[in-house]
Structures are given as structure tokens and as C-alpha cells.
Design a protein around this ligand. Structure first.
Ligand code: IVH
Length: 682
């Protein structure tokens, strides 16, 4: 690899990893498996080591991913929340132990623990009471999820026993046990809500809910495994955890003290199998140096402690026969082979289907009819087939023929240049594609209409809806005649459609479903052209002048607006009252403070009236007095002492203007603060 290639690959890897971090931490919908992610991270680490001239402090190898979201009050952690160096290779655990022996000149031992696969949490106890709960955030600041943590059954509100410090932080993981996860996804399926891919995503999604009551229903649990040295003084990590357990905090009993690598390996070997019996997900073992003095000697890198390492288990596999193969057509016409399997238990859940990705992957695996296959869970909801057990193959078993025509509408499939998949080109006539587009149109990130696949299926099959505009012609009198529809359901659906008329143009453009126009591209294009007519009239050059828009997107958008049927659809949607231009009104600018009740006190860089308008423009509500319902007190200079006292006694966060402005998107603030001041967070 030459320098230019190395630089290109480094940049490409950074981009992929950042994007996946965002999907993983913010959207709770990862697009690759942990294993794939870790392999790419390794590749980037190796390249950065080989080409140090391309090192960057912004690289994902140096920074932990961020779960910070707008809409949460943020607080700094007392000590940064780091991640752990990880490996899938037992040899590297041996190297970790050797390195420790070499650099330590005092006796030491290891504490081995399960690596819990949930979402990290940091609890602060003050005077024996739960004071605050923060997510990991970006490692330096975390999102305040205290109200939600209070609704997790095994997080104690008050400590027991004695000897706890006046204030200390303790860290651990919030988990969703398999049983709660299954129950939640069954419920979401019934409600036609999108499913969570795995218990980890469900746990972090639940911890970020804006409704603590709903959190209480999610069946979460917490397990704690780390008290940062500083506020608590114990000679060993194990003794710190024992003390935490005496204080009534949930600490796992599965940890073991090990004196050498043989004992560590025995612990790993035991849990590699035994973990399958646990009621929650684990993805490895964490090996920590037990003695605090030794930990201090080893110290930290920018991203992780040198006194600990995580050994990760390879994804669990299950072996099961293929019963049949479906060829699924997506909303873009892409055909994906999906195997129906003899149901098999895998990582806590029953698996009945697994993806075979595309024709090339099937050929690479050399799949034959009736084959027994290995199944693994990746990042997505549908597991993947990763291999074939040839010893179980029936002699002479045939290769399943890949269809040459669309399994739904019979149109001959095509494979466009540069694509790995076959496509049904009948985009506007193929029922599965049409239904897929309708579901996408109504989706949460698009028009956010309360309806899912089953509703769309029903309306489509009855010939009531063919294109998105048809939804807006539906009448209550029509809907109540349909099977399973009561008056209330019909009204709810129609109300939701009516409300969708306020959905901003950016999202309408995403909802329309132009190929390659995702959420971000839709926003960029909408802001650039301002309204649908200018966009429809744009030449390819005009489109290419939008930053981030390349040939493929420009071509797709250009062709979309050259089709008379699409233009007619846009005319109908416009007539139905949908937003077809970027809003110029001074009304709502963001949802950052959605549901937040804010009390303001003192003087600010702008008038109090402007401050109130700013809160409302970002979705918050103003209130005159501090109560249990207050989300936070916004204190300027010279705030009312009574208000501050009341907020403190109720444990309500007090934010100064700087901290407040960090909560709302940049550019919505109408004035800037002139004085440099530290955010005051009491
Ligand atoms: S110790 C300074 N112990 O794994 C390091 N972490 O990949 C403190 N995790 O961010 C972390 N089980 O969210 C530790 N027994 C355990 C753990 C554990 C799961 C998570 C934690 C951490 C991540 C690193």
C-alpha cells in the first residue's frame, strides 16, 4: 500500500466507523456486527501506527463514540468514562498479562468479570441517596437520565449499611434481560412499531425515553462494576465492589479473582459456554488488575485503562437446516434471498429466518437445497448465514436457482452495473415495492403517521391506496367499514394524517422515497433549493452543486422529476396540504426541549422575553415556579435565591446560559454570550 492509498483507506475507515458509532449510540440501530466493527477498528489502528503522519486526535481510535442527544440536560462526568481495549484472541490476553508483569514491581492479581452487553450508566450517590444518573455520552459529558434510572427496579434510591462516602460515582451497565426484550418486541410488533435488533439497543433506547413511566414498564436491570478511584479508597477493586454490594447496590457475583493466566483462561472457557444460560446478554470477559496501587502504576491511554482488557466472544452460532428460501423484494426493488430455517435458539431468542444477502454470497457459501447452515446474529434484526456444514449435505443436493423474474410481479430482474443485487425494475407497478414505498412514506422519520405494514397491506389489497397521495383522500366512512377498524382507530389514523401536513419539507422529501435520498441528503437538498418546484426544475449541474451530492444521487433525483407520474403525485400531495417548501416562519425551530418544563430566573445576555421565546421555539414550556415537574432551572446572573434553593432541594438541575445554549441547536440562539464563563452545573 502506498502513502496515497493508506491515506484514502484511513479516511474511509474513519468515516465508516463514525457513521456506525452514530447508528449504534444515537439511533440504536447498528448496521454491522460488533465483530465487523472491531475488525475495522483494528485495521485503522494498524494503519495509523504504520503511517503516524496521518494520525488525528479526532480519529475514532482515540475517542469513544457518543450517545449524546438533543433534548437531554448534559453534565460532565467527575472522571471521564472510557472504553476498554478489546481482543478476540487469547494470545493477546496473554500479552496483556505479560506486559503487566513486566511493568509492575509490586505483587498483583486479576479480577475477571463478565462483560455485560447493555448500555453504560454512571450513578452518583450523595449523602446515601441517588443524586444523578448519566449516560456515557461522549465520555466527558453524559446525558442526564436520572428520572429514568429511578424507574429501574434494582437501582436503589437510598443506600444501606454504613461507610459510604458523602458523594461518589459508581458505574455499570443497564441491561434488558432476554425475557423483557422478547416481550417488548412482541408488543412493538403488535403496535406496528419498528423492532429492536437486540437487547443492547433496546436497553439504550429505553434509557433515553422521555417518559419515565414507560421506562418502568420495560423491565430493565442494572449491574455495577466500577468505582473510579479517588472518592472511594479501597486497596482492591474487588473490595470496592464488595462494599458496594453491602451498601445495597447491584453488583454481579460472577466475578472471580485469578492469580495467573491459567486461571484467567479457565474462567474464560467456563463462561464461553455457561453464559448461554444467563438471562441477559454478555459479549465477553473483562480482565482487570485487582490492586488499586497496581492500577495507578499502569494508568490510562487516551481511550482506555492500561489495567484492564476485554476478551470478546465470537458471535454465537447455531446449526440448523434450511427449509426453504424466499426472495424478498424491497421498496427499491432489490431482491434479497432469505432462508426459512428449522427454528433454533440463538443468543437468547428463537431464530426462524436468516439472510443470504445476495446471489454472490449464496455462491460463495455454496448453498444447496436442504443444507444445514451456521447462523449468526449480526447488527441487524435478521441473522446471517455464515457457513454450511458439508458433512450433513444430502448427496446430489441442487443449488437453488436464483429467480430470473420478480417473485411478486413477474417482471424480468436486472442487475445494474456496480450493484451486487438483482432488481425488479417495475418500480411503479410491483405490489411489494409499492407497499414498501407506502410504509416508508408513513414511517416515523418520514411523515410519522400512526400505521404500519398490516394497515398498508389491507388498504392496498382493497385497492384504496396506490400512491401516498391516496392516503389523504381516505374518509372516515370508508375506514369504519373495513375489517378490524373501529371508529376510534379510523379517527386516530386520520388525525395522524392531518397532523402530517405540518411535517417539514425536508422530511416530506425524504418520505417521497427518491432512490439514494436518505434523511441527510433530503435535508441538504431541501435547504439548498428551498421548495419542490425549484428542485424539480434543477439541472444535473444544479444538483451536483449541493455539497455531498454526487453523480449517483444527482442522476436519481434528476430522473425522478422527469417522470410525469411523479410530477402528478407531487401535485396531489401539494393539494393535500403537505409542506412543499422550507418553512420561513419564526415558529418552532427544533424539538431539542420537547416536553421540558423550564423555569427561568435572573438576567441573561438577551431579554427574558427573548429567552422565553427561545425555549418555546425549541419545543419547551415556560413555567413561573419550581416544582417536582420542572425539568431544569435556567439561572442567569443574579438568580432568585429562593428558586435556586427550591431546585436544589428537589434535585432539579440548574443550568446557566452557556449550558442551556449547548442543549439547543446552534443558530437558534438569537444572541451570543459575550463573557466567557464556565457552565455552572450544580
Ligand atoms: S469496566 C475504565 N467492566 O464495556 C473502564 N466495563 O467496551 C471501565 N462493560 O464502557 C469499564 N461489562 O460499558 C467494565 N465488567 C465490566 C463491563 C464493562 C461491560 C462495558 C462498559 C465499557 C465497555 C467497554
Amino acid at each position: 500500500m502506498d502513502y496515497t492509498q493508506a491515506k484514502q483507506r484511513i479516511e474511509q475507515l474513519r468515516e465508516i466507523l463514525w457513521e456506525n458509532n452514530r447508528k449504534y449510540y444515537v439511533e440504536n440501530a447498528p448496521t454491522m456486527s460488533d465483530y465487523e466493527y472491531d475488525q475495522l477498528m483494528r485495521e485503522l489502528e494498524d494503519l495509523e501506527r504504520a503511517y503516524p503522519e496521518y494520525a488525528s486526535r479526532e480519529s475514532p481510535t482515540r475517542r469513544v463514540g457518543s450517545d449524546l442527544e438533543t433534548g437531554f440536560v448534559k453534565y460532565p462526568h467527575q472522571y471521564p468514562m472510557l472504553s476498554l481495549g478489546n481482543t478476540y484472541n487469547i494470545g493477546e490476553v496473554e500479552e496483556f498479562a505479560e506486559r503487566a508483569s513486566k511493568s509492575l514491581d509490586i505483587p498483583f492479581s486479576y479480577c475477571c468479570e463478565l462483560k455485560f452487553d447493555g448500555t453504560a450508566i454512571c450513578l452518583t450517590y450523595r449523602y446515601g441517596r441517588l443524586f444523578r444518573a448519566l449516560t456515557r455520552g461522549d465520555g466527558v459529558m453524559g446525558d442526564d437520565v436520572t428520572a429514568n434510572a429511578r424507574r429501574i427496579a434494582n437501582i436503589p434510591e437510598t443506600l444501606q449499611g454504613e461507610g459510604w462516602p458523602a458523594e461518589f460515582e459508581i458505574r455499570g451497565e443497564v441491561l434488558m434481560p432476554y425475557e423483557s426484550f422478547e416481550r417488548l418486541n412482541r408488543q412493538r410488533e403488535a403496535d406496528e412499531d419498528p423492532l429492536f435488533a437486540n437487547p443492547r439497543n433496546a436497553a439504550s433506547g429505553s434509557l433515553k425515553l422521555q417518559d419515565p413511566e414507560e421506562v418502568a414498564n420495560r423491565g430493565l436491570m442494572c449491574t455495577l462494576y466500577h468505582i473510579p478511584a479517588g472518592q472511594v479508597d479501597f486497596p482492591t477493586h474487588d473490595e470496592a465492589l464488595k462494599a458496594a454490594a453491602r451498601w445495597g447496590l447491584p453488583v454481579s457475583d460472577e466475578r472471580r479473582l485469578c492469580k495467573d493466566i491459567e486461571e484467567i483462561e479457565a474462567y474464560i472457557a467456563h463462561w464461553d459456554t455457561a453464559r448461554k444460560e444467563l438471562p441477559y446478554a454478555t459479549d465477553g470477559i473483562v480482565i482487570k488488575i485487582n490492586e488499586m496501587d497496581a492500577q495507578r502504576q499502569l494508568g490510562y491511554t487516551a481511550k482506555s485503562p492500561r489495567w484492564a482488557v476485554a476478551y470478546k466472544f465470537k458471535a454465537e452460532q447455531a446449526l440448523t437446516p434450511i427449509l426453504s428460501i424466499d426472495y424478498q423484494v424491497g421498496r427499491t426493488g432489490a431482491v434479497t434471498p432469505v432462508a426459512n430455517l428449522e427454528p433454533v435458539f440463538l443468543s437468547g431468542t428463537m431464530v426462524k429466518r436468516a439472510t443470504l444477502v445476495n446471489e454472490d454470497q449464496m455462491a460463495m457459501l455454496d448453498i444447496r437445497e436442504g443444507d444445514w447452515v451456521y447462523v449468526e446474529k449480526g447488527g441487524e434484526i435478521i441473522p446471517k448465514i455464515t457457513g454450511v456444514e458439508e458433512s450433513k449435505r444430502v448427496p446430489g443436493a441442487r443449488r437453488p436457482p436464483f429467480p430470473t423474474v420478480c417473485p411478486d410481479c413477474g417482471t424480468p430482474l436486472v442487475k445494474p452495473e456496480g450493484e451486487a443485487k438483482w432488481f425488479c425494475p417495475n418500480n411503479d407497478g410491483c405490489p411489494t415495492q409499492i407497499k414498501g414505498k407506502l410504509v416508508h412514506f408513513l414511517g416515523r422519520k418520514a411523515m410519522n403517521v400512526l400505521a404500519g405494514d398490516a394497515t398498508v397491506d389491507q388498504l392496498y389489497n382493497l385497492d384504496l391506496v396506490r400512491t401516498p397521495a391516496d392516503f389523504y383522500d381516505l374518509r372516515e366512512s370508508q375506514l369504519v367499514m373495513l375489517e378490524g377498524w373501529k371508529e376510534r382507530a379510523a379517527r386516530r389514523f386520520l388525525d395522524s394524517l392531518r397532523e402530517s401536513r405540518n411535517v417539514p419539507f425536508e422530511r416530506v422529501l425524504f418520505a417521497i422515497g427518491i432512490r439514494y435520498v436518505g434523511e441527510t441528503t433530503a435535508r441538504d437538498i431541501a435547504r439548498h433549493f428551498g421548495d419542490i418546484d425549484s428542485l424539480a426544475a434543477a439541472s444535473k449541474e444544479d444538483l451536483l452543486s449541493v455539497p455531498e451530492v454526487g453523480e449517483v444521487i444527482a442522476d436519481s433525483v434528476y430522473r425522478f422529476f422527469r417522470d410525469e407520474r411523479h410530477l402528478e403525485e407531487i401535485r396531489r400531495l401539494k393539494a393535500a396540504g403537505l409542506q412543499m417548501s422550507v418553512s420561513q416562519t419564526v415558529g418552532r425551530v427544533s424539538d431539542a426541549l420537547d416536553g421540558k418544563i423550564v423555569v427561568i430566573s435572573g438576567n441573561f445576555s438577551v431579554s427574558r422575553e427573548e429567552m422565553k421565546a427561545l425555549i418555546e421555539a425549541n419545543g419547551g414550556k415556560n413555567s413561573g415556579s419550581v416544582s417536582g415537574k420542572t425539568s431544569f432551572l435556567l439561572a442567569g446572573s443574579k438568580p432568585g435565591p429562593e428558586k435556586i434553593k427550591k431546585a436544589e432541594s428537589l434535585g432539579i438541575p440548574v443550568l446557566d446560559e452557556d449550558a442551556f445554549r449547548k442543549l439547543i441547536p446552534e443558530g437558534t440562539a438569537s444572541a451570543t454570550v459575550t463573557e466567557e464563563s464556565e457552565p455552572t452545573l450544580f
